[in-house]
Design a protein around this ligand. Sequence first.
Ligand code: URA
Length: 425
Amino acid sequence: MDVISVIRTKRDRGRLTDEQIDWVVGAYTRGDVADEQMSALAMAIFLNGMDRAEIARWTAAMIDSGERMDFSTLSRPTADKHSTGGVGDKITLPLAPLVAACGAAVPQLSGRGLGHTGGTLDKLEAVPGWRADLDNAQMMRTLEDVGAVVCAPGSGLAPADKKLYALRDVTATVECIPLIASSIMSKKIAEGTGSLVLDVKVGSGAFMKDIGAARELARTMVGLGADHGLPTVALLTDMDTPLGLTAGNALEVRESVEVLAGGGPADVVELTLALAREMLDAAGLKDADPAEALADGSAMDAWRRMIAAQGGDPAAALPTARETHVVTARASGVLTRLDALGVGLAAWRLGAGRARKEDPVQAAAGVELHAKPGDSVFAGQALMTLHTDTPERFGYALEALDGAYDVAPAGTPFTAPSIVRERIA
Ligand code: URA
């Protein structure tokens, strides 16, 4: 087998054989295929696609590149959730303890933010003392005792994806359905969760800008789950506008705690409950009532235990930014559009995200929204507050918000799109 013939096959729109796929994924993981060769192959796949059988084999090869975890010794059924990433998407923070409070175990292996979408680990690291790096034994203990753990995947889990994802990120080959589907599902299948709920974001702030592409991605992932005996359900959810009223690490933790305390923005509560119901159904806990667990404080108790189990102090004050800047409405009327991508880029430029994976993030940086589409606003009213420790970033962040919202004359009819747009099982 030689790598040049594998690249040439895909470059010329051919099908990769099972042998070619097994070999190239294994050889790349071992370091026998160079980054520049894998980059060429990733771009050929990006341009020419893979069929269902090729995607299934590629996924299996990525799973086989590392270890598989096993949660079968836990006393609780496992259920996991994966979001394809969006702006203000803090849902894992209230969802994991909520589902744990209802009796499931949630092994939430999460990532860091890159680009305009935030990462769950960066958000939780805003909590003083909290750490993401647990070994497998600590993870199992926390899952059994608390029912929820949010941590970085160990280096043994789908190492082929770890290498390939980092390469795709710097070669403009991320937004590719076969590569996204195999990347996400290889990690979730290797992780060994008993069931999986996917939150496939669609809209300006998501990888998938249109519903057709999001549907295809969801169907591909649900099919891969079925092939590997992992019951998988996908919700297609709106990402044209940011979720909730905050984008940025500590700001999103604060909002998540509000949800766990029984308050918080309606869209965050709605999506948290919709995903919780799917996870509990998939875990066979159909009688559990997540709304009750939010109302009676049991989800908040699970949050406190989850944070403390990973060294965090749930009672500690969250960091606040040294500088703020208020953006005001230029006209009175109805806010009809608030673009998720613009807000995500602004939060990122304020310091909430990173440009290279080794960059630090500012815990307190981000954007706080004071109005959402459908709200009436008046000229001069605060629309958003920008937070950063480095005020020289305000100008660059404001550029991202230029043209990111529309105010229509008062009385203009506005119907908010539903958060959950479709369910694919
Ligand atoms: N998230 C992943 O884990 N992989 C992708 O390819 C895209 C989003």
